[in-house]
Write a protein that binds this ligand. Structure first.
Ligand SMILES: [Zn+2]
Length: 107
């Protein structure tokens, strides 16, 4: 993914959280059947999203702001954890925790 954004020249304009969000969107597109839409008001983000075929909507154009919530969980025993536990392993079975889309809320 980093390689692709270097091509578009957007990587310098994007922060680590932005890139994480794009990576997560790609991840979700591969792991769920839900439609994944990334909300952004950043031109570089939009550019990268089109490059990577991620659907996106611009925040300031329609005036809707959304906050997206994620849930950290164990893919094996389905125990849920706090978001700060993301890089840890499950206390029950030792598997690396994953993150999934929980809900989207209008602000
Ligand atoms: Zn577990």
């Amino acid at each position: 993914m980093e390689e692709k954004s270097k091509v578009t020249g957007d990587i310098k304009a994007l922060s680590k959280p932005d890139l994480d969000l794009v990576a997560l969107a790609l991840d979700l597109m591969n792991t769920t059947n839900n439609e994944i839409i990334l909300y952004t008001n950043d031109y570089s983000m939009e550019n990268l999203c089109s490059e990577l075929a991620i659907k996106f909507k611009t925040l300031f154009k329609n005036g809707i702001k959304n906050k997206i919530y994620f849930e950290v969980y164990c893919p094996y025993c389905k125990t849920t954890y706090k978001s700060e536990d993301l890089n840890k392993s499950c206390e029950r079975c030792g598997l690396k925790l994953k993150r999934r889309f929980l809900k989207k809320e209008k602000l």
